[in-house]
Design a protein around this ligand. Sequence first.
Ligand code: ATP
Length: 891
Amino acid sequence: MKWHEMGHSDVIRATNTNEKQGLSDSDVHKRRQQYGPNELQEGEKPSALLQFLAQFKDFMVLVLLGATLISGILGEYIDAVAIIAIVLINGILGFFQERKAEKSLHALKELSAPQVVVLRDGEWVKLLSKELVPGDIVKFTSGDRIGADVRLLETKSLEIEESALTGESLPVQKSMEAIVGENIGIGDLTNMAFMGTLVTRGNGTGVVVGTGMKTAMGQIADLLQTAETMMTPLQRRLEQLGKILIVLALLLTVLVVAVGVIQGHELYDMFLAGVSLAVAAIPEGLPAIVTVALSLGVQRMIKQHSIVRKLPAVETLGCASVICSDKTGTMTQNKMTVTHIWAEGKTWEVTGTGYVPQGDFSYKDRTVQPKQQKSLQQILTFGMLCNTARIFERDGQFQLDGDPTEGALLVSAMKAGFTRDILQQSFTIIEEFPFDSTRKMMSVIVEDKSGKRFVITKGAPDVLMKVSEFILWDEKQKVLSAQFENRIKESIESLASKALRTIAVAFRPLRSGQIVNSYMEAEKDLTFIGLQGMIDPPRPEVKQAIKECRAAGIKTVMITGDHLLTASAIAKQLDLMPAKGKVMDGQTLSSLSIDELENVVDDIYVFARVSPEHKLKIVKALQNKGHIVAMTGDGVNDAPAIKAADIGISMGITGTDVAKEASSLVLVDDNFATIKSAIREGRNIYENIRKFVRYLLASNVGEILVMLFAMLLALPLPLVPIQILWVNLVTDGLPAMALGLDKPEGNLMNRKPRHPREGVFARGLAWKVISRGFLIGIATLAAFIIIYNRQPDNLIYAQTIAFATLVMAQLIHVFDCRSERSIFDRNPFGNIYLIGAVASSILLMLIVIYYPPLQPIFHTVAILPQDWLLVLGMSALPTFLLAGSLLTRKS
Ligand code: ATP
């Protein structure tokens, strides 16, 4: 028999599982061995060897290998061996960089893999979906992605979108009844839920019947392609830059070689010098270092609780000019406690904090027994029945499983002495229409012992009032007249202006046995009972985070489904609005066109009572005004806005799979302050990339100019080709990497956001590169000329001096690159990686200069101690000249 043909108990028997307890650890272990992990197989990855060989496909490396060949043919074996050694070292460095970047990106993917809720040993736990085995009991709710093939056991308004399997984009209504018949297509298997499909409404439970490649998805999917790693805009721009530089480098090389040959240099020497210069001019290490800097930055972001799902977001973060954030749970703690209850014109106060079900009820400062107040009793018990959350005690702590708003309603009822178990002895829940944030209501149909049925609805009070015809007043049902409506409105406003979140409860008696098929049928002609008002305090760190964002030129906007006054009161506590800031509610928002919204959007700081659909409109209006928008969201309906935003942000704890998949950043802790940290890190990563672009390119310019000037002055070659290669491929790399790990400058969050179209060389970087490259070239040449004039017959000594000056000038320059302002603005020891990198580069240089076996290869001789004064003086000169010119400009 097929799974869909079996009845409920057959499925449980056939999968050998326990519906109440789920599988035990040992069952899981056995089944995992038998069936393997619940994963679709991936395509083959290139082996480490292939990856290593790929390092040598580079244009630059091919040029070098060509040069090696020619050196070999001409009998210059030392040159040939040295070039090969340098190419190898460079290849090994590149290989490890690439591996590291790949590893951290892979770890990232694991972190954002979908999770499932599964019953194991009697407890519901959250696991990665690859942990599922056949026989697992799973539950899912709107927004979840189904983790394996599941035979449904229980469904409540469950709808699943199966387009990934069937191509049909309309969601399918699911049920649990067995289906019989021949050749039923996947789309008609309404009692099954398939791996990879999406729950769009309702909730359900089921038993896993197929995992991994044995699922419907596994059977149609060709081997899953390993996802391509995405390039960020900056990476793409640098790649283009690389191409331009290649052309430029070739032109310059031709020039240098031509001048050299005219000046009477040997053709072979000039050929090798030309090749080395071409290598010097192409910043071949750049793309690899950018990738490493990005992936290390992403690692730091994980430590600060944000997971980047799409790499380009790292750069966009630095451009964010508006953050649109949900209120509940992101700006607030999502730890709700009912403090006020209103019914029949009376307001009771409730004491107690958190989910501990202990507290007293008082009316006008006098303690009351809630069970003796009929209306109070009704609002509390109905709030408990129309509820899907669960409060339980573990290790002496009361904990919540479910929605905090509903948890608060459970606790308030428990404080009055009600428990769900006892209530459920008198009332059976027949049907449930789950909460959704567009309707802003939830309903259940219950039947009491005598067979009487009721609709119980709870939801946003202003919305509930619109679907109520009556009100319970003095224990009687009265018509909800305009007068009563005003009384309700007043009490909503009074509670909301105290920053309380309000929930109303209403009901309607049904005929006995009456069946209600949809929420539309249920949620009408209700009798309004009253309100519960709950506090949800702001997260303590958010106020400061909003302030820092403001200083960084980033506006924070609160977007919430909550009441306008509640939202405004919280906004006030968070100091979110400037004096002229405005608020807008969902109704006004609906009535405006995008153009009209665009005209006013800059002044609005709080959008309240909005539906998720409104978020898209807000994103569009802000983007039309030229903003770079970060938008948070957690539900299924938030996905379009998250996708449309420049930086879509989803919630790690409360977010649905759909929202997470649409987002480019996941907040592990759901906390607004984490967005600020991510933006700061995004800005820092970009600045660090600018730092090493500046460093590497200035170094390259310096190397080319020293050779070009020497040729023009009819001097001998100041640097031999092997030295140029050594500097470029070995001593430059580590300091550049260390710049990628630099800490931000103090004013990072006091600057305006970067313009998204700003080029890498903006803000004077091009000038810095050229001027510094020029000075490094001149300083190196000067050191060379001084020594060459002193000992014209010892060219090799003058070349060694030039080599040391070039290396030292670059290693001093690297400290300059840490600041957009001046080297003296920052503590030079602030980046220990840089200290380590510079020290090892100096060591490598000294080895090449002083270690006798290497001297003939690198054409070096030992430098006399007193000549180091010249080397150091000349190499520090550019820094002092530029710092001096900055100082004079300032004064
Ligand atoms: P945010 O967008 O800031 O997270 P929110 O969580 O307050 O806002 P919704 O969850 O859409 O927004 O809630 C909107 C309103 O719906 C709330 O103010 C409350 O009155 C009502 N509400 C919230 N949760 C429930 C629920 N589980 N059952 C019934 N009504 C609810």
